[in-house]
Design a protein around this ligand. Sequence first.
Ligand code: FNR
Ligand code: 8K6
Length: 347
Amino acid sequence: MTTDLLAPYTLNDSLELKNRVLMAPLTRCMADDNLVPTQDMVEYYARRADAGLIISEATIIRPDAQGYPNTPGLFTSEQIQGWKKVTDAVHANGGKMFAQLWHVGRVAHPHFFGGDVLAPSAIGVEGSVPRMRELTYITPKAATKDDINSLIADFAKAAENAIEAGFDGVEIHGANGYLIDQFLHYAANERTDEYGQTPKNMARFAIEVTDAVINAVGNERTAIRLSPGAYFNMEEDKRDKAVFDYLLPQLDAKKLAYIHGGIFDDSTQFDSLEGKTTSQYLRANTKTTLVGVGSYSFDDAKQAINNDKFDLIAIGRPFIANPDYISKVANNEELVAYSDEMLAKLF
Ligand code: FNR
Ligand code: 8K6
């Protein structure tokens, strides 16, 4: 029997999805200057409510989490009220939505908040802020134990705020070279305390954030996105695999809603993962519901799910180009091709 990606899927006791096609988190840099979602964002997300689950664009948990202009937040009451309009509109159209909780760590820029840039270690990245190239990245401050405790508490607070804002759950952004991912990779983590040097120590921050979020909103409403292979703002290191080998079974025990790969193209094979792709490595190392992603067409995703490579698919760029992605694939209609110029405007 072939699996119909457009048939309902039971994620867990609290979440029934109307199909297996998720809208991937997509940063659009369109919040207002107080990082509050706008009416255009309400309409943009509401138009995509046919997805089985919308994952919001990455949303910062506190001011020093910001590394790009006009990324929305979830730490002021105005931001919570702004998101409430988005989730109300998505729910009114029969959709479900998670908030992706974000701290960029060492790719934050003080231009946005005027304070220290926090990271696991004082190791900077080359380059400058996208869309604001005059802002060169600076060397971060290695987070103290107090900094770490406050970061964990603020992830949990943002999760609580997400539920208040009407989200159906949260996805912890543990991928793509941002703060949590920086703890998980040797290239960014040279700590000598209980958060560094060994797989168990390097996984500690991710686990403590996850536990704090679960404590705030429950395991069934908590998911995490991970990039076991380093590919974005991060150098690959052969030792990284052992960190994820340790982390994944720990996460399995927590019965999360799902684990989501963080990758642009899932045909990318990583030397550090013994030649495996992101979804191959995750499938082999976790029993949690797996969301595949990364340059998939609907037909490729159908085949991958039917071959048990993962359970659900997240679609990114095609969802930017086609607000009506689901009805188009359901009716075998041709999709509009994505192009980067489409990022200039929400439609
Ligand atoms: C992204 N991606 C991304 N990932 C994430 O975890 N949080 C985010 O906010 C963003 N933002 C973002 C913006 C834009 C413009 C692009 C193109 C991508 C990555 C995204 O979720 C997805 O993994 C990739 O786009 C690959 O999927 P597709 O686009 O090939 O279906
Ligand atoms: C969450 C971050 C916000 C901005 C994302 C912009 C992405 C633009 C899309 C282009 C693709 C980038 C390629 C990523 C790295 C691939 C390396 C192999």
